[in-house]
Design a protein around this ligand. Structure first.
Ligand code: ADP
Ligand code: ZN
Length: 534
């Protein structure tokens, strides 16, 4: 190898300048690097875009042996290795995208000390050939990237992560362990330290606030969303932006539509051919296309600093997902906007997508736990869309930070919404559920209150209820929003499972005449475009 590292005369700062071309460390980076170089285990919790990779890449160059980086995604490994190689650092990845021949070649290079950093998928650690290699090559550090995958309470549980520790235990010479994640919840943090058997780890948590990001939530129906996006792009010409959609079909439809309107647009989803996808990604990264329409497959490992807006066409499935995707805006530190376009249908799309989730490799208990967590996460995501208080504080509190003042830099702080008093309506909802003896689901409750003519309502006798048609001047959307808010506040209970029904919860607060305010859908003509900020 032409890398002559491991000498104590070279400092982390020199590595940062020489190989990565940066002048100074960001918050948390130096502390983690120093911890590792002191030979101590480390757990770093930093938001997306904070610069986690450098925290293990810099010490990897100063440690005598190899650093193994366990990473869950092939595309992520490829991007990382490519940019390391471009920086003149010898790195490689070993995963299922390589042939058996390529793998044994890479391993024999590695055994000869050609690479300082090797990325591997967790499954690889279980193979005999890899273990044989690892037992006979000095390994200084094992780094676990996206470490939340080890926890059933994290958003992307990967059972194969549980095997990492078995692998590490077999290694001679006790390598340093370092783990990285952007998920900050207490349970996940403790799971990582416990399951990976970190020894007296230095746990470094940097702040989650991204002050340059302006958050807003717009309540719009499908057609209004399209209009909003067309207007937004028109009034933000020359600004780079990402629009995330929940499904591939959504991506294609919106893409065609914007293309017809003459917008400089490209698209990205897993259903596209690899080459075309790579081309679209590059068109966006190198500013040949202003906007990319994408599913959440887009963005992992993509490092474009001047993204000025990230719009979510649909509500994501969790705050973790939202924060990660929205966080791709404004990495350069300049003001950027994160806008979530919400409609009640989004909740149903999310439930459907979660329902078809793959539980490969998990047993029944694990599956049930994950399902339960997913539902809980979805509910808190919905809470973000509904809240009338500061959006930034909602995010920070979700990730375990305490907040005091509203931020004065988000759509809610700027009162970019109307609200309606639905206290009386809430009482009718309770009345309806009572008349139904808690036997029916949300669709029938709403149908009854709206006075719908559906045969099913006549069949169950709902047409003769007191509450039948009492809320006929409301819309279905309004009632859906109201009921989901009542569920979150505990006034109504929605049972789990396929045939979920609504039951009356604790309504003592409601009886004390607490007002129920619901965020109102904007009328078409009132959709305001964002004002330019600071
Ligand atoms: P994360 O993994 O935490 O999401 P990355 O490691 O991908 O973040 O880093 C995000 C971006 O910040 C990258 O472009 C990276 O090169 C850049 N970066 C990291 N550390 C520094 C630093 N000390 N100074 C300037 N830029 C940095
Ligand atoms: Zn705010």
């Amino acid at each position: 190898s032409n890398l002559q590292m491991g000498s104590s005369t070279i400092t982390p700062l020199q590595i940062l300048k020489t190989y990565f071309g940066y002048d100074s460390f960001r918050e948390g980076q130096e502390e983690i690097i120093d911890t590792i170089l002191d030979g101590r285990d480390a757990l770093a919790i930093m938001p997306t875009g904070a610069g986690k990779s450098l925290c293990y890449q810099v010490p990897a160059l100063l440690l005598p042996g190899i650093t193994l980086v366990v990473s869950p995604l092939i595309s992520l490994m490829q991007d990382q290795v490519k940019s390391l190689n471009e920086a003149g650092i010898h790195a490689a990845y070993i995963n299922s995208s390589l042939t058996e021949g390529q793998i044994s070649k890479a391993l024999s290079f590695a055994a000869r000390g050609v690479y300082k950093i090797i990325y591997v998928a967790p499954e690889r650690l279980e193979t005999a050939s890899f273990l044989a290699f690892a037992l006979h090559t000095p390994i200084s550090m094992v780094t676990v990237d996206e470490a939340h995958c080890i926890s059933q309470w994290g958003q992307d549980f990967r059972p194969s992560y549980l095997k990492i520790v078995d692998f590490v235990r077999q290694l001679p010479g006790h390598p340093i362990l370092s783990a990285f994640t952007a998920t900050a919840t207490e349970v996940v943090k403790n799971d990582i330290a416990r399951i990976l058997e970190l020894k007296n780890p230095n746990i470094v948590i940097t702040g989650f606030d991204r002050k340059n990001l302006y958050y807003r939530v717009e309540h719009l129906t499908g057609k209004q969303k399209d209009t909003f996006i067309a207007n937004y792009i028109a009034s933000h010409a020359n600004e780079s932006g990402i629009i995330y959609c929940a499904t591939r079909k959504n991506v294609d439809t919106l893409y065609e539509q914007l293309l017809k309107q003459g917008v400089s647009v490209t698209r990205y989803h897993a259903g596209m051919n690899t080459e075309i996808r790579k081309e679209s990604q590059d068109d966006f990264i190198y500013d040949r296309a202003q906007v990319v329409i994408a599913t959440n497959a887009f963005g992992m490992g993509i490092d474009k600093s001047n993204v000025r807006f990230v719009i979510h066409y649909n509500m994501p499935q969790s705050m973790e997902n939202y924060y990660q995707e929205a966080g791709r805006a404004g990495r350069d530190g300049e003001p950027a906007e994160c806008i979530l376009l919400f409609s009640p249908q989004d909740v149903m799309i999310s439930k459907m997508l979660l329902g078809s989730k793959d539980f490969e490799g998990m047993d029944f208990t694990e599956t049930e736990q994950v399902r339960h967590q997913d539902a809980r996460r979805l509910q808190l995501m919905e809470g973000y869309c509904m809240t009338t208080s500061c959006l930034r504080n909602y995010i920070l509190e979700y990730f375990g930070e305490t907040t005091d003042q509203p931020c004065d830099n988000c759509g809610n702080c700027h009162q970019e919404f109307d609200e309606i008093d639905m206290t009386q309506d809430a009482k009718w909802v309770i009345g309806c559920i009572t008349e139904m003896h808690g036997r029916y689901g949300q669709a029938l409750v709403i149908g009854t209150l709206l006075g719908s003519k559906k045969a099913r309502l006549r069949d169950i006798g709902a047409t003769s209820y007191n509450c039948y048609g009492q809320l006929q001047n409301r819309t279905e959307n309004e009632l859906r929003l109201l009921i989901s808010q009542m569920i979150r506040q505990g006034y109504v209970i929605q049972t789990d499972g396929e045939y979920s029904v609504l039951k009356v919860g604790n309504i003592s607060e409601l009886q004390k005449n607490t007002r129920i305010l619901v965020k109102k859908f904007k009328e078409k003509e009132k959709i305001s475009l964002s004002k330019k900020r600071k």
